[in-house]
Ligand binder design. Structure first.
Ligand code: NAD
Length: 495
């Protein structure tokens, strides 16, 4: 049986381009190629943007309540097909079904948020700005918006973007990660079934050429990006240079500070989930634990024990492991290299998942939970995003130094503290340089109604994804000032 070709979705048609270049889509649990993703370029982008631009004329005139109704139907379809969506996420990404469900649910909440668009688009009014003069604001859509998404959340991250953008009256072109295009296609089929007019939502697949064509297309007005920091910076600079509004979420290195008074069993549970959940492939993964004072002795034995108990295995079958594979053999080897570099630079591996064997799926891309102790600020492991099931441990004497280390990071996505001291927590939340902060919460990722507020190298732009900031991102404000003269035909009401 030949490997299926993933279709583009352009102007309401599913298009399978024959004879052009493709990239393989893997099932990371088995190492098998499960599909071929077409490498689209300027031709496909031009067709998709042209379709989206043409569809905008009518879609922007469609009342907000009618646009919202499409998303009420979409919500229901996504819920009805939830198991299929999560199985697809597991199959092409390698998340466990529980992780796929959790993240897809975060995506579903973004559809629910978009259903409230009539109220989200309210403007302001002021009567008698001057005598007889009134002022009002409207939020109007921009036009064609673009979403470029990473491999690590095949359902959630695209759902951060297009439901709200489209509900606000824009049309959309999604360029999903070429590593996980199948979930995007399934979500697109459901949106089509929900009754969205042709051309309002489009999908093009590809890599850099495709992205460049989107960033430079004159009819594209706004670009939402999620991915690694170097690419985020490139997208921001290229997009803004070409006159686009851009929000670009980048990578991360998130620190979790553990104070000596922390509740150890609860901290171990939260820290293992933060570090090893989704095999560490999360921009909000807690990748470095900073223990303060005696916290190290209290925490590390149970933490190592918990890491060793994590069962690694294939996620594409009924018996579920605790942790699935990483996305590719290349990525696994990069993680192995980073851990080896850490050892060379003087750190010590205290839980070693590198030799993990998965006998029923020997060609899968597996790594076990790994903890590296004695990491110092100048080491490669302390600086680079590993994006795998590897937790660094740094030991500090006091909270001031822990905050100093956290704040020295080039990234600024998330940070967390585990403590029973209100004073320590208050100090941390006030001084820490990160956009999303957890207090006794290991993964303080925000839900649909709050913005996803990365700072520094974790975000390039002004208005973040999700929540009210996203409504602002996907709309432009118009202020109308009105005065009526007294001698016009309108004066008939006086007679
Ligand atoms: P990536 O940057 O390699 O790819 C992201 C997207 O950009 C993909 O669609 C890809 O096709 C495209 N792309 C890749 N290289 C490109 C280039 N040179 N020019 C133009 N486009 C290019 O990221 P990834 O490996 O798919 O995802 C993992 C990264 O995403 C991690 O760094 C992670 O922290 C980050 N991430 C961030 C957030 C956040 O909200 N801050 C959320 C999820 C993931």
């Amino acid at each position: 049986m030949s490997t299926p070709l993933v279709p583009h979705f352009i102007a309401g048609e599913w298009i399978r381009p024959a004879g052009l270049a493709t990239t393989p889509v893997y099932n990371p649990s088995t190492g098998d190629v499960i599909a071929e993703c077409p490498v689209g370029g300027a031709t496909e982008v031009n067709a998709a943007v042209t379709a989206a631009h043409a569809a905008f004329a009518d879609w922007r005139e469609t009342p907000a309540v009618d646009r919202a109704r499409v998303f009420f139907r979409y919500r229901q379809l996504v819920e009805q097909n939830f198991d299929r969506i999560c199985a697809t996420v597991s199959r092409e990404h390698g998340k466990t079904l529980a992780e796929a469900r959790g993240s897809a649910f975060r995506g579903l909440e973004n559809i629910e948020y978009a259903c409230g668009v009539p109220s989200l688009l309210f403007g302001d009014t002021l009567e008698n700005l001057a005598r007889g003069v009134d002022c009002e604001t409207f939020l109007q859509p921009l036009g064609v918006c673009v979403g470029i998404t990473p491999f690590n959340f095949p359902a959630m991250v695209p759902l951060w973007m297009y439901p709200l953008a489209i509900a606000c009256g824009n049309t959309f072109v999604l360029k999903p990660s070429e590593k996980v295009p199948l979930t995007a296609v399934l979500l697109g089929e459901l949106l089509e079934q929900a009754g969205l007019p042709k051309g309002v939502f489009n999908i093009v697949h590809g890599g850099r050429d495709c992205v460049d064509a989107l960033l430079t297309h004159p009819q594209v007005r706004a670009v939402s990006f999620v991915g690694s920091s170097p690419v985020a910076k490139y997208i921001y600079e290229t997009g803004t240079r070409n006159g686009k509004r851009v929000q670009a979420n980048g990578g991360a290195k998130n620190y979790i500070v553990i104070m000596p008074d922390a509740d150890i069993p609860k901290t171990v549970e939260a820290l293992s989930t933060a570090a090893f959940g989704c095999a560490g492939e999360r921009c909000m993964a807690g990748s470095t634990a900073i223990t303060v004072g005696a916290a190290a002795e209290r925490l590390l034995p149970s933490l190592v024990d918990a890491a060793r108990k994590i069962r690694v295995g294939p996620t594409d079958r009924p018996a579920q492991p605790d942790m699935g594979p990483v996305i590719s053999a290349l990525h696994r080897d990069r993680i192995l290299d980073l851990v080896a570099t850490g050892e060379r630079e003087g750190a010590k591996v205290i839980a070693d998942g590198r030799g993990v064997k998965v006998t029923d799926a020997p060609r899968g891309f597996y790594l076990g939970a790994t903890i590296v102790d004695g990491v110092q600020q100048n080491m490669t492991l302390a600086r680079e995003e590993v994006f795998g099931p590897v937790l660094n441990v740094m030991r500090m004497d006091d909270l001031d130094r822990a905050i100093e280390i956290t704040n020295a990071s080039a990234f600024g996505n998330g940070a967390a503290i585990f403590t029973n001291s209100g004073k320590a927590a208050r100090e941390f939340k006030h001084r820490v340089k990160a956009g999303m902060v957890g207090i006794n919460v290991g993964v303080p990722a925000t839900m649909a109604m709050f913005p996803f507020t990365g700072w520094d190298d974790s975000f390039y732009g002004d208005l973040h994804i999700q929540g009210r900031e996203a409504v602002q991102f996907y709309t432009q404000q118009k202020v109308v000032t009105t005065r009526w003269f007294g001698d016009g035909v309108g004066d008939v009401w006086k007679k």
